[in-house]
Write a protein that binds this ligand. Structure first.
Ligand SMILES: *[C@@H]1O[C@H](CO)[C@@H](O)[C@H](O)[C@H]1NC(C)=O
Ligand SMILES: *[C@@H]1O[C@H](CO)[C@@H](O)[C@H](O)[C@H]1NC(C)=O
Ligand SMILES: *[C@@H]1O[C@H](CO)[C@@H](O)[C@H](O)[C@H]1NC(C)=O
Ligand SMILES: *[C@@H]1O[C@H](CO)[C@@H](O)[C@H](O)[C@H]1NC(C)=O
Ligand SMILES: *[C@@H]1O[C@H](CO)[C@@H](O)[C@H](O)[C@H]1NC(C)=O
Ligand SMILES: *[C@@H]1O[C@H](CO)[C@@H](O)[C@H](O)[C@H]1NC(C)=O
Ligand SMILES: *[C@@H]1O[C@H](CO)[C@@H](O)[C@H](O)[C@H]1NC(C)=O
Length: 348
């Protein structure tokens, strides 16, 4: 999710034609459907600065937010089978880039990962740092590629034996030297593969991983990122797409289903024999967002040879009564209630 001050204004909106019916998701489509369970990332800004005091782990015995209960509900009621679990680099290593995982901090994050795995779902470990550490770009004046690869080597070692864990290398890189960033991504892939040869790795491009920029800006360079055996098995492109007028994911009104953005991406992926995963999309609790998100899900499901999954932004520690893009399920007694976007467009 972008903050309003960091929009990429160069993308030109192409508004979708209004349709009257609200199509439901195609149940035979994408392999993965789920939600972000946010909170460990709270306090991280787009310059990669992390204010640890704002972190709100979605753990009932830490913040009172029952992230485990949310995930169980989503699996049982909505057929979700994947969750993305954002977390900050600084927290995991307790302030030292290149340092060892902090035992206590990792244990707290791992509680969330284990409660995700316990639901039988797949779980994405997402480093939510915008390609940065405290304002500086990794491998471009900030921490070295080796320091960042060290984080991933340690995380991959922890989860090497569970193929239901996916590695989301980095959330929303932006405003950097793309070729140099691709070198960073390669360093991480190589480090992960030394200990975890099988798991899916999500490759982040630039431009906040916007779906529109993937096939034109970072994707052609990311094509060169390889496993140590020179294959690209398990290397999937990570994309985000919001449907509000400036694509920032900060407004409750949606104006496009983004099919005009995803259509060329699908063609590019097919031409190159590759796949993408939409790890953030969503909308407000409004009829326009219900319409457009449903239309996008239908399209992605119909093109599930190249689009393997969608993870909605966001559940977890957000306050559903105030947060614009909440898909947080609310509970009264033992009864959970979903946001309309979930029941109308995402449930299956
Ligand atoms: C919260 O519960 C988990 C087990 O689910 C436990 O490992 C952890 O230590 C607890 N944390 C606190 C702060 O009590
Ligand atoms: C795992 O799930 C089972 C049932 O689904 C539940 O009884 C158990 O408490 C869960 N364990 C943890 C650590 O979340
Ligand atoms: C993963 O499994 C292998 C073989 O079963 C074992 O040698 C290794 O210690 C395990 N690693 C972890 C982190 O559990
Ligand atoms: C991607 O971001 C760069 C700035 O980092 C900008 O110059 C370029 O126009 C953007 N491209 C797209 C397609 O958004
Ligand atoms: C991978 O490709 C590089 C460059 O083309 C080559 O030097 C290397 O030997 C290849 N490695 C394997 C395992 O095929
Ligand atoms: C979502 O909107 C509906 C009305 O369209 C309203 O009844 C419901 O309370 C809203 N949900 C939240 C969480 O604001
Ligand atoms: C779902 O998508 C597939 C593949 O495009 C299509 O064959 C099928 O008819 C669709 N099903 C529904 C219910 O829309």
């Amino acid at each position: 999710m972008l903050s309003t001050f960091s929009l990429f204004s160069t993308l030109v909106a192409t508004l979708a034609v209004q349709v009257t019916a609200l199509p439901s998701a195609n149940r035979t489509g994408m392999r993965f459907m789920g939600a972000n369970i946010a909170g460990f990332d709270f306090g991280i800004t787009t310059d990669g600065v992390q204010d640890l005091a704002s972190m709100t782990p979605p753990l009932s015995n830490v913040s009172g937010i029952d992230g485990a209960g949310q995930m169980r509900h989503f699996v049982q009621t909505d057929g979700f089978n994947i969750f993305r679990l954002p977390v900050g680099w600084k927290y995991l290593v307790n302030g030292t880039p290149g340092g060892k995982l902090d035992a206590a901090n990792f244990a707290e994050y791992n509680t969330l990962v284990q409660s995700c795995l316990n639901t039988t779902a797949h779980c994405i470990v997402d480093i939510h740092n915008y390609a940065r550490w405290e304002g500086q770009i990794i491998g471009q004046g900030g921490p070295s590629n080796e320091q960042f690869a060290s984080l991933w080597s340690q995380l991959a070692t922890k989860y090497a034996n569970n193929t239901r864990v996916l590695f989301g290398i980095m959330n929303e890189p932006h405003d950097l030297d793309v070729a140099a960033w691709v070198d960073t991504v390669q360093a991480v892939v190589t480090a992960i593969r030394m200990v975890a040869p099988k798991q899916t790795i999500l490759l982040p491009g630039s431009n906040y991983t916007s779906a529109g920029a993937m096939s034109t800006v970072a994707g052609p360079l990311l094509m060169d990122v390889k496993n140590p055996d020179n294959t690209t098995t398990g290397l999937v492109f990570d994309v985000h797409q919001y449907l509000d007028y400036d694509y920032s994911g900060t407004h409750t009104t949606c104006v496009t289903n983004a099919i005009d953005t995803y259509t060329p991406l699908a063609a590019w992926l097919r031409a190159n024999g590759r796949q993408a995963f939409t790890t953030e999309t969503g909308g407000g609790n409004t009829s326009s967002c219900v319409q457009y998100v449903c239309e996008l899900m239908k399209f992605l499901n119909a093109n599930s040879d190249v689009f393997i999954g969608t993870v909605a932004w966001a559940a977890g520690s957000f306050d559903p009564s105030t947060y614009e893009l909440s898909v947080v399920p609310t509970r009264v007694g033992s009864t959970w209630t979903d946001a309309e976007l979930v029941t109308s467009c995402l449930k299956r």
